[in-house]
Design a protein around this ligand. Structure first.
Ligand SMILES: [Zn+2]
Length: 241
């Protein structure tokens, strides 16, 4: 990535380290299953090929280290989804043990924060400061977290999950920031409207087990969650469809 700042975004330290916008281990898992690592990025012309994930130097080692525990927890959570998920509510929802929901939430909040700071998108104005105060000042935040399955397959039925960095997504007039990785979509509601009882039960901020709204893996071109990106993707990788 380009346009790296010369000092830590938070403290001004000039000794910058590599910050992965999403945990490298999840990107490598994805590379193993799909053989290639591709990602969608709403800022960078929609679609990028990746060798080792999205990264940038914009933090010092101390501030980058703030994410380690939550990232490790999320990597384990995503890997366990493949083997330990349980189907509930007549198969419409999965549940997965989540003994430290605060770590899972911090993984999601910090992934959004890293995208906002490193990629400058999406722009969430005052919410960025609230995320900063939470992640680096331990101030509580009240942003509901929803998880939905977002698994993909190619034309041959092989796993072909795709990574999409945080972007704005509106559903039923509710405003979310959402990203996709490891076959899951992670949604954080960033407006002041109530979530509504039909969605509130899915809020996994403080829930053990976590609930994941299910669906079967689908072809990339058929996923309504990806419609905004599909034109770019189709133009560059026709073989996927
Ligand atoms: Zn720093």
């Amino acid at each position: 990535m380009t346009d790296a700042p010369q000092t830590c975004h938070l403290c001004g330290d000039v000794r910058l380290v590599k910050s992965h916008i999403l945990p490298r281990a999840l990107m490598m898992d994805q590379k193993r299953e799909a053989k290639e690592l591709w990602g969608l990025d709403s800022k960078q012309d929609g679609f990028v090929g990746l060798q080792s994930g999205y990264w940038k130097r914009f933090l010092c080692a101390d501030h980058e280290g703030r994410f380690n525990e939550a990232d490790r927890y999320a990597v384990d959570f995503c890997r366990r989804f493949a083997t330990e998920r349980r189907s509930v509510y007549r198969g419409t929802v999965f549940e997965l043990d989540n003994p430290h929901p605060d770590r899972l939430a911090d993984f999601v909040y910090s992934s959004i924060w890293r995208t906002m700071v490193a990629v400058k998108s999406p722009s969430l104005g005052p919410y960025l400061q609230r995320l900063t105060d939470h992640l680096f000042g331990d101030k509580p935040v009240d942003f509901p977290l929803l998880i939905t399955r977002a698994g993909h397959v190619d034309n041959h039925g092989r796993d072909s999950n795709i990574t999409v960095l945080s972007h704005e997504a509106k559903v039923d007039n509710l405003r979310f920031t959402r990203f996709m990785v490891a076959g899951l979509a992670w949604w954080v509601k960033v407006d002041n409207r109530p979530l509504g009882a039909d969605l509130a039960f899915l809020d996994s901020r403080s829930r053990n087990p976590a609930l994941i709204l299910g669906r079967e893996p689908m072809k990339l071109g058929e996923d309504p969650m990806l419609q905004g990106f599909i034109r770019d993707l189709g133009a560059r990788r026709k073989s996927l469809f």
